[in-house]
Design a protein around this ligand. Structure first.
Ligand code: NG6
Ligand code: CA
Length: 509
């Protein structure tokens, strides 16, 4: 009793504000897939392949039909998922290059720092793609700041994305297994005249490139950017998923006392789609389909581990994606040729790189055995909300100057009766100054500030777009007919509200 009354006093002297734990602080695992579309898994309608483990998660939990990531490329979605603030508010949050410095400054409030403050141990295992270091990563020294400076106790990373150099793991602050006698150099320019590249040694490649991706070759695959050295540290693309699973389960097993937060950041199904040999040919869709099966296997391994450790009833598992689907993303891997009847974006228009629904509306599943009654929810929820929602579940308050766009939709995530999700959501494509989607209820406004659209093999992409378009998603989920002319008043109101939300610098109260 005395101790409890003194606690507030003690907390004045602690670097973090202590918060009395909520009744049940669940462990949290966020499994984020890479480039996985709404229609890419069987519980969301895929018929050409099967994803039994992701389907199991959906059958035992809540499957959202309006679950989103905030951007249609990786870096801004990951930025906003971690910080709870829309990436378009911050310069330099578009797709990060190999030598990008850390995009989230040390000390920023994140989902990880909030949960750490609530007493959790925290880790990120898998793809990072949010930069490391001050001006650029010090590949041979301390890679700092990075995840450990924004609330993670531990990280085991693929530093960028695997079509970019270098192919090494970063464990906490250092490149793992780096031999100082063979330093790692990473750069934008060819390091020597005779440096083999995807252009000069194209006939040696085990997976050919289709656009970009023709610089340094590693493991028979040419990449974006150049590197030399660090040979002992280099991994094989085929082994990434096994490694993430191995490291994650080991980390979960480490300590049973504290609750934990694990960000399991898969690289499947990003290019190069070079899955483990045992998954090659698993589907008739080629490497893109095989990568979905590999992702599904990872989910199964994590779920099995939770069962074995008797943690399913203490653990909220969230499954989501970082952006919608793309078929040809720079390698000749038959993604277009073998697509057949498969609808990667489900019923939606567009995919990766644009602000149509296919770009950001993705599979989104929550499971917490004994706490979520299995079902389907049409509430609007987004990866950006996980910071505020998990903070609420863990019993910690958001600071007024952090997580500026993260809504506490925890009741909706847990499928509580009549619980509401968001009433509005801003979608973006790639970093600041791009294009926006704005969903309010069933209305969707599309605002194109930038004329760039890319043709990535999905239907109707690359078509001319108007500066503004308005859709009624209830009647026209595939955004095929703009109704600007029929509803000028609604369009005008939504234009204004979107402009205000961008201008205001925050969208939560
Ligand atoms: C693009 C790359 C693409 C992919 C993407 C990032 C080319 C031609 N295209 O610039 O292959 O790497 O960036 O994807 O280089 S993301 O999912 O990490 O955002
Ligand atoms: Ca991605």
């Amino acid at each position: 009793m005395i101790l409890r009354s003194l606690l507030p006093l003690f907390s004045l002297f602690l670097p973090f504000v202590w918060v009395v734990a909520a009744d049940t602080q669940p462990n949290v695992i966020v499994i984020m897939a890479d480039d996985l579309g709404y229609g890419d898994v069987s519980c969301y309608g895929a018929t050409e392949l099967s994803t039994p483990h992701i389907d199991r998660l959906a059958a035992e939990g809540m499957r959202f039909t309006s679950g989103y990531c905030s951007a249609s490329t990786c870096t801004p979605t990951r930025y906003s998922f971690l910080t709870g603030t829309y990436a378009f508010r911050q310069d330099g949050t578009g797709i990060a290059p190999p030598n990008s410095p850390a995009l989230i400054p040390a000390g920023t409030t994140t989902i990880a720092s909030l949960l750490k403050q609530a007493g959790y141990r925290t880790a990120v295992i898998g793809k990072w793609h949010l930069g490391l270091g001050v001006d650029e990563p010090d590949w041979n020294g301390l890679l700092k700041p990075g995840p450990l400076e924004i609330g993670f106790d531990h990280c085991f990373l693929l530093p960028t994305t695997n079509d970019r150099v270098p192919q090494v793991y970063v464990q906490d602050h250092r490149v793992l297994d780096l031999d100082p006698a063979d330093p790692l150099w990473v750069g934008k320019k060819k390091p020597s005249e005779d440096h083999p590249t995807g252009l000069t040694h194209r006939e040696t490649l085990k997976m050919d490139w289709s656009h970009g991706h023709n610089s340094t070759i590693h493991n028979g695959i040419s990449r974006i950017g150049f590197y030399t050295g660090g040979n002992a540290a280099r991994f094989r693309d085929e082994d990434l998923s096994d490694k993430w699973v191995e490291k994650s389960i080991k980390w979960i097993e480490e300590d049973g006392d504290q609750p934990f937060f694990l960000f399991f950041s898969s690289h499947d199904l990003h290019v190069p789609r070079m899955v483990h040999e045992r998954f090659q040919g698993a589907t008739k869709l080629g490497p893109r389909g095989d990568a979905i099966v590999e992702l599904d296997w990872c989910v199964g391994q994590l779920l099995d581990a939770l069962d074995r450790l008797k943690l399913a009833e203490n653990t909220l598992v969230v499954f989501c994606s970082d952006n919608g689907p793309v078929l040809d993303d720079g390698y000749k891997d038959d993604a277009i040729e073998k697509i057949g009847k498969h609808q990667a974006a489900g019923p939606f228009q567009g995919g990766k790189y644009n602000v149509f629904e296919g770009g950001t509306r993705t599979p989104f599943i929550t499971r917490w055995t004994g706490h979520i009654s299995p079902g389907v929810s049409d509430e609007i929820v987004c990866t950006i909300d996980l910071a505020a929602s998990c903070a609420a579940l863990a019993g910690v308050d958001l600071p007024s100057d952090g997580c500026l766009d993260s809504m506490n939709v925890s009741a909706a995530l847990l499928g509580k009766d009549n619980a509401k999700g968001r009433d509005h959501l801003i979608q973006q494509d790639n970093g600041r100054g791009g294009n926006y989607g704005f969903r309010v209820g069933d209305w969707k406004l599309v605002r194109h500030d930038s004329k760039k659209t890319r043709n990535t093999g999905l239907r109707l992409q690359g078509r001319p777009v108007n500066r503004f378009e308005l859709y009624n998603l209830a009647e026209d989920p595939s955004e095929s007919r703009t109704v600007m002319k029929e509803h000028p008043g609604i369009a005008e109101k939504m234009k204004q509200r979107l402009a205000e939300l961008i201008e205001n610098g925050k969208s939560r109260n």
